[in-house]
Write a protein that binds this ligand. Structure first.
Ligand SMILES: [Zn+2]
Length: 319
């Protein structure tokens, strides 16, 4: 038995404009391993379906752009260019027309590429999201292998491209983070009193650790401090944050924005848990006027254990 999978393009009035075959699958007698689609068929189906949809969509967009937006006259074609665009379902090579501007309005350039102007980024936000998500959980190399295993991206991504994309995304997010200021409280007590009744307290746990520099050139500098934390809402949903304290230029702002994204109101209580270490305590100040600072039990136990050991040592020496 043969199965043909087609994309049917319909106009807005419901007229069939094009039928394009994207995949053929032949099936013999039913066997357990032959039921449904294989991963390879699924990937091919996604790749070809996307290509077919995109080709039609781009063609329609280019047609709409062919007329001058000011006088309605048809614009002259200059030439064709190919633009590469990557999505989670494969690489697209888009054939784009470059058009001459209409003479009715003065323009800075003689020609323009409508598709290139529209697609400023060459990687789709969804693929960037997937790359960044997995690269934050495992190595760049493993992220690349995993994505290529599951999505039609064979040979399209590698560890270097994921690292470069992640770094540029990080820089972009960093540039969107507002400035660090001494006091992060927003508004004043009079307005806090007028705020709606807040949610139950947010609980924020923070801890730090020292890591030795990997880079030999930096080894004389010794170690750097990494601080990580988790903010938990009353309903159990949580967000994590982390930073290299000596490098971060906006450490408090970073934590404040995480709390704000969890709906923190200025009249809401926030409970900070930490080991009481000075740099961590400093970070927790001026984030919320109703903050409560608690030494967490784990660190209290650790300190008692250390004190017990010291006490034992003293007894032995006395004997
Ligand atoms: Zn015109």
């Amino acid at each position: 038995m043969k199965f043909k999978i087609q994309v049917v393009v319909e106009s807005e009035s419901g007229e069939t404009q094009l039928i394009q075959e994207v995949l053929q699958i032949e099936k013999g007698n039913l066997q357990p391993e032959d039921l449904g689609l294989t991963l390879a068929q699924g990937k091919e189906l996604l790749l070809q379906t996307q290509r077919s949809i995109v080709n039609q969509h781009i063609a329609l967009y280019q047609k709409q752009q062919e007329l001058c937006s000011d006088c309605g006259k048809k614009l002259l074609h200059k030439d064709k260019r190919t633009i590469t665009h990557r999505t989670a379902f494969g690489k697209l090579k888009l054939q784009c027309h470059r058009l001459f501007h209409c003479a009715c309005t003065k323009q800075a350039t003689r020609s323009f590429n409508p598709v290139a102007n529209l697609l400023k980024e060459r990687t789709s936000p969804e693929l960037l999201y997937l790359e960044s998500k997995f690269a934050s959980l495992m190595s760049y190399g493993l992220s690349s292998k995993l994505l290529q295993e599951l999505l039609p991206l064979e040979g399209e991504i590698n560890a270097t491209s994921i690292r470069n994309n992640l770094h540029s995304l990080g820089k972009r997010l960093e540039s969107e983070l507002p400035e660090e200021v001494g006091m992060l409280y927003e508004d004043c007590q009079r307005n806090w009193d007028r705020l709606p009744r807040p949610d139950l307290p947010l609980v924020v746990g923070m801890d730090g650790g020292y890591v030795r520099f990997y880079d030999r050139k930096n080894q004389t500098a010794g170690q750097f401090q990494v601080i990580a934390g988790k903010s938990i809402k009353a309903d159990g949903t949580s967000k994590r944050f982390g930073m290299v304290y000596c490098y971060d230029t906006k450490p408090q702002r970073r934590i404040f924005e995480v709390l704000k994204s969890q709906g923190m109101q200025m009249n809401q209580q926030v409970t900070f848990l930490s080991d009481g270490e000075e740099s961590i305590r400093d970070l927790q100040y001026y984030l919320n006027p109703n903050a409560e600072h608690i030494l967490d039990w784990f660190h209290i136990t650790m300190r008692i254990t250390v004190m017990k050991k010291i006490a034992k040592g003293i007894t032995k020496e006395d004997v």
